[in-house]
Write a protein that binds this ligand. Structure first.
Ligand SMILES: Cc1cc2nc3c(=O)[nH]c(=O)nc-3n(C[C@H](O)[C@H](O)[C@H](O)COP(=O)(O)OP(=O)(O)OC[C@H]3O[C@@H](n4cnc5c(N)ncnc54)[C@H](O)[C@@H]3O)c2cc1C
Ligand code: FES
Length: 283
């Protein structure tokens, strides 16, 4: 019998048929989150754009939508960061370098890079919301002269929950990145800002003509961050949000991710705020 891993990509016509990708590196980076580097078969590229997601599967357990955390590369590799919250994600915790995972995608609409070119990029990441925004941050850094200022606001509940600490240290060391971090509750070693992420917004000196904001975080965060940005006179169409809705198929077939008829898996997860604002259930 043909082994699943031996099925060629071009045979995988079925929408729901995952491609087996090899885990090349895996590392538990906080108590709850594990980072993975994966490799596509046959040197193929995933071909994603920042903000898109994949459906990740473990056989016999299930599938979950997970954001792609790395910037687009042409080396066939991509990165994920998965928080262990339930049945599937706790099984994925056991996967190490050398194991294979099922991947479908990339799916959804990411950040509209062509509209961001030449702009000041204001990243606002709450908690695990840094995972998809890291893809956009690294895209901007890989193409630094195509963009204006890169301002990153990142908030976590505690210092222990901060993701990608080594990479953050590199961003802080760069003079072309303005990085501001806060935690809801510090510890004995924390000397930085304490408070919710909106406490970082009033001190920002933004150029209203050129700034585009990209927000990802827990549902509660959006309303307050958007209110703060509005008080800075940022227009609705200068704000992009990535919305995580309960998704199943990822390809517009099951209806799980609908908000008043809008399919988040296809029309999102990244939306321009001006477009999604009229949908009452969105926030
Ligand atoms: C576009 C998108 C991108 C995402 N990106 C990432 C990412 O990069 N990293 C990441 O870690 N996660 C990401 N997620 C979230 C991730 O998909 C979920 O955490 C994952 O599906 C959980 O799967 P599980 O089987 O481990 O958890 P489950 O066993 O399904 O449980 C997860 C939690 O939800 C609760 N729950 C389960 N079913 C329901 C229900 N019907 N109603 C209410 N609560 C319920 C459980 O009690 C538990 O607390 C993303 C989600 C979306 C939609
Ligand atoms: S997840 Fe199935 S329709 Fe969007």
């Amino acid at each position: 019998m043909k082994r699943f891993e031996d099925v060629k990509l071009d045979e995988a016509q079925d929408l729901y048929f995952p491609t087996m990708c090899k885990v090349t590196q895996a590392k538990q980076i906080t108590d709850m989150e594990k980072w993975y580097e994966l490799e596509m078969p046959e040197g193929q590229d995933l071909g994603h754009s920042p903000g898109q997601f994949v459906e990740v599967s473990a056989f016999g357990i299930g599938e979950a939508p997970i954001s792609i955390s790395s910037a687009p590369h042409n080396n066939g590799r991509f990165e994920l960061c998965i928080r262990q919250v339930g049945v599937l994600t706790n099984v994925l915790k056991k996967y190490e370098a050398g194991d294979s995972l099922g991947i479908r995608g990339p799916y959804g609409k990411g950040f509209p890079i062509e509209k961001l070119l030449g702009k000041d990029i204001l990243i606002i990441a709450g908690g695990i919301g840094l995972v998809p925004l890291r893809s956009l941050i690294n895209y901007v850094l890989d193409n630094r002269t195509d963009f204006g200022r890169l301002i990153i606001l990142y908030g976590a509940k505690t210092p222990n929950e901060l993701l990608f600490k080594e990479e953050i240290a590199e961003w802080i060391a760069r003079d072309d990145v303005e990085f501001h971090v806060t935690v809801d509750q510090g510890d004995e070693n924390w000397t930085g800002n304490t408070g919710v992420i909106t406490t970082l917004i009033p001190g920002l000196d933004l150029n209203l003509n050129t700034t585009i904001a990209a927000i990802t975080g827990p549902p509660i965060m959006y309303k307050f961050v958007i209110m703060s940005l509005k008080s800075k006179q940022l227009a609705d169409d200068q704000i992009y949000v990535s919305l995580e809705r309960r998704m199943k198929c990822g390809v517009g077939k099951c209806g799980h991710c609908q908000i008043n008829g809008v399919y988040c898996c296809q029309e999102g997860p990244v939306f321009n705020y001006a477009d999604i604002k009229p949908l009452e259930e969105a926030f």
